[in-house]
Design a protein around this ligand. Structure first.
Ligand code: HSE
Length: 327
């Protein structure tokens, strides 16, 4: 017989939610992937009343800029929605530890939203927990992203929750597909010491484009997806050429084209803006090329953008957000 305490709900849980790179050059608002070594940690306990409290936000000096009001916070909003939609008679109190720099284009708001949902999910009664698949959890996390960027796109949320490289659809039904990718694919992410507001970066985009540009960009997007699915690096290289978004946002990132040139000269497959920027990412065929490119990109930010920068090299993170401590 199962001991009575076995099915007792957990009292506390901590989730780690990884940083993510959205868009991947040609998949604006629909493609994204998760990386290793960088992310947010959300520690959650249950409250007796159905309410949400944010006890603290720590980790980064600028995290004081984030509101503790759950109704305005990217991690608070999904939990308020969860309590309301599931009719929970208890609530959640959380501590947020920001590892992802704010306004970096590395999916910080998505990580806090996903981390909160994953940690809260761990505290639900077992029966409810079983019913709440990732397909349902993503809807709660999306509510947090909508607060942050003003639009419901899952290109950071989906890879953060599912891990790997994901295709999702904008709007209320993201219908996520986790795509295959070459196992040796190396990822470089470089973050210059500046913040860029996602709403501002979306605000510079023109609403129209020429049919010819649409056709060319579609062929690049198809090449990227096909190249990832079939491990053909020459297709991935073709797919990393963005004719629409990058040219409109490059001026927001001092030294962007020099950083990109430094990456390409180091032998990467392609390089573009990570999400809404200012971070820049690149794909390489090996870790060795990636390490070399990372250093060259950091130097280029210093020389041409007049900014210090920090870089990471990793494989694509196939795990996604997960509970790392529970009791
Ligand atoms: N796809 C989004 C953008 C990512 O580039 O604006 C940031 O939420």
């Amino acid at each position: 017989m199962t001991p009575a305490h076995f099915n007792a709900p957990l009292k506390s849980a901590t989730a780690f939610a990884p940083a993510t790179v959205a868009n991947i050059a040609t998949g604006f608002d629909i493609l994204g992937f998760a990386i290793h070594n960088l992310g947010d940690r959300i520690s959650m306990t249950r409250l007796e009343r159905p309410e949400v409290k944010i006890e603290s936000i720590s980790g980064l000096a600028s995290s004081t800029a984030i509101t503790l009001d759950p109704a305005q916070n990217t991690a608070g909003v999904p939990l308020l929605k969860m309590i309301q939609e599931l009719g929970l008679n208890f609530g959640f109190s959380m501590r947020i530890e920001k590892g992802i720099p704010l306004g970096s284009g590395l999916g910080g708001s998505a990580a806090s939203a996903v981390g909160a949902v994953v940690a809260a999910h761990a505290l639900l009664p077992q029966e409810l927990k079983n019913k709440l698949t990732k397909e349902r959890l993503i809807h709660f996390a999306l509510e947090g992203e909508a607060i942050a960027s003003g639009s419901k796109h899952a290109d950071n949320i989906a890879p953060c929750l599912y891990g790997g490289l994901t295709l999702s659809h904008p709007g209320d039904d993201p219908d996520v597909t986790v795509l295959p990718y070459p196992k040796t694919l190396a990822v470089i992410v470089v973050h210059p010491e500046m913040r860029l507001d996602t709403k501002k970066a979306r605000g510079v985009l023109k609403p129209d484009l020429f049919l010819k540009t649409h056709i060319q960009q579609s062929s690049h997007l198809a090449a990227l997806v096909a190249g990832c699915c079939t491990s053909q690096f020459h297709l991935i290289k073709k797919g990393l050429v963005d004719l629409i978004i990058e040219p409109q946002r490059a001026h927001l990132i001092p030294g962007f084209y020099e950083v990109k040139r430094a990456a390409l000269e180091s032998g990467v497959l392609g390089c573009s803006i990570s999400g809404a920027g200012p971070s820049v990412f690149a794909f390489a065929e090996s870790m060795q090329i990636a390490e070399h490119a990372k250093n060259a990109m950091i130097q280029a930010f210093k020389a041409h953008g007049k900014m210090e920068a920090q870089g990471w090299v990793s494989e694509v993170n196939s795990d996604g957000a997960r509970v790392v401590e529970a009791e």
